[in-house]
Ligand binder design. Structure first.
Ligand code: UDP
Length: 329
C-alpha cells in the first residue's frame, strides 16, 4: 500500500517507515521538521517538508502519491508543556489533525492509523489497563488525544472512515542496526537521560519520587520497543477494508518496570554506573501504568519481540553509542 506517514521523521514515525518498507509497503513522509529529523528518513523515501494542517500540501500529496492510508504521528507530546501552553496542544494535536482528516475525506482517502496514548486513561481504576476502562485524562496532552479518538468515531459513523487508534505505553529503544533512535530536544524521557547520565553527557539523573505505593517506591511503567509498536500499525491494515471500522488497541508489553529497574538495566547493558539522586515527585505522574495487550495479540496476531527492559535498553544503548549527539540534521 501507499502509506502517507505524517510525522515520519519523528521517533516512532521514522521506525514505522522502516517497518513499512520491510513489509513491502511504500511509505511517503510528511514532516514539518519542528521535532523530526531529516536524517531519520532514508534518502530514497519521498519526503515532503510541510504541515499536516495545510490542506493544499496534504491534498496534493494524497493525489500525486496515490495514497491509500494515512498514519499520523505528528503530535506535540510534552505533558508539562501541555499544561502551561494548552493552546499549542489544541491547535496542533486537535485542530491540525481535524484539517488532515477533512483533507483526506475530501480526497476520498478513508483509512487512518492514529497514535494515541495511555495518557487518555488518566489515573486508571485498575491495572493492567484494558481497552474498556474509562478514559479520564489528567492533562491537556491526554485530552487532545482523546478528543481525536472521539472525532474518529464520529467520522467513521458519518463518513465511513476506517481507523485504528493505538494507545502507546512508554515507547523505547532504537532500530536494531542503530541507525535511527530516540533524539528529543529537549529530552525528558527516562532511558535516554539515564544513558546520558551514565556516559557523563548529562548531569546525574533525578529519580522523581521514591515513596510511591510500588515495590521499590519508584513509578512503574510499561516500556515497549518502538519496532514492536510499529509492527502493530502494519498488522492492522487488513482490518481497515470495511468502511466505518473503528478499532482501539492498547500497546505495551504488560511488564511493569520501575525507575530503579531501568537504571539497573542501563548499568548492566553499558557496564557503567548511572549516577542518580532522589528528587521530588513530578507533577502528574501516576504511580503505575501498564497495559493489557491481549486484544492486539488476539485480533492482530501482534507478537512482542522485546518483552523485558534489558534488551530494549540494549538497542537504545547501541544507538546512543553510535550517535552520541543524536541526528546531525
Ligand atoms: N523519570 C525520572 N527521572 C527523569 C525522567 C523520568 O524519574 O529524569 C520517571 C518518571 O517519573 C516516570 C518514568 O521515569 O515515572 C518514565 O518517565 P518518562 O518521562 O520517560 O515517560 P512518561 O511515563 O512520563 O511518559
Amino acid at each position: 500500500m501507499n502509506v502517507l506517514v505524517v510525522g515520519g521523521a519523528g521517533y516512532i514515525g521514522s521506525h514505522c517507515v522502516r517497518q513499512l518498507q520491510a513489509a513491502g509497503h511504500r511509505p511517503v513522509v510528511l514532516d514539518n521538521l519542528v521535532f523530526g529529523h531529516r536524517a531519520a528518513v532514508a534518502p530514497d523515501i519521498p519526503f515532503y517538508d510541510g504541515d499536516l494542517g495545510d490542506p493544499d500540501t496534504v491534498g496534493q500529496i494524497l493525489i500525486e502519491e496515490k495514497i491509500d492510508l494515512v498514519m499520523h504521528f505528528a503530535a506535540f507530546a510534552y505533558v508539562g508543556e501541555s499544561v502551561t501552553d494548552p493552546l499549542k496542544y489544541y491547535f496542533n494535536n486537535v485542530v491540525a489533525t481535524l484539517r488532515l482528516l477533512e483533507t483526506m475525506l475530501s480526497e476520498g482517502v478513508t483509512k487512518f492509523v492514529f497514535s494515541s496514548t495511555c495518557a487518555t486513561f488518566g489515573i486508571p481504576e485498575r491495572m493492567p489497563i484494558t481497552e474498556d476502562l474509562p478514559q479520564a485524562p489528567i492533562n491537556p496532552y491526554g485530552q487532545t488525544k482523546l478528543d481525536i479518538e472521539n472525532a474518529l468515531k464520529a467520522l467513521a459513523h458519518a463518513h465511513g472512515l476506517s481507523f485504528a487508534a493505538f494507545r502507546y505505553f512508554n515507547a523505547a529503544g532504537a532500530a536494531e542496526d542503530a541507525t535511527i533512535g530516540e533524539a528529543h530536544d529537549p529530552e525528558s524521557h527516562l532511558i535516554p537521560l539515564a544513558i546520558d547520565a551514565a556516559t557523563g553527557r548529562r548531569p546525574p539523573l533525578k529519580v522523581f519520587g521514591q515513596d510511591y505505593p510500588t515495590p521499590d517506591g519508584t513509578c512503574l511503567r510499561d516500556y515497549v520497543h518502538v519496532d514492536d509498536l510499529s509492527r502493530a500499525h502494519i498488522a492492522v491494515f487488513d482490518k481497515l477494508d470495511e468502511p466505518g471500522t473503528g478499532l482501539f488497541y492498547n500497546l505495551g508489553t504488560g511488564t511493569p518496570t520501575s525507575v530503579l529497574e531501568v537504571i539497573e538495566a542501563v548499568e548492566k547493558v553499558s557496564g557503567l554506573k548511572v549516577p542518580y539522586e532522589m528528587a521530588e515527585r513530578r507533577a502528574g505522574d501516576p504511580p503505575a501504568l501498564y497495559a493489557d495487550s491481549a486484544k492486539a495479540k488476539s485480533e492482530l496476531g501482534w507478537e512482542i519481540k522485546y518483552q523485558t527492559i534489558e534488551p530494549i535498553v540494549a538497542t537504545a544503548w547501541a544507538w546512543h553509542q553510535a550517535h552520541p549527539e543524536g541526528f546531525q540534521e
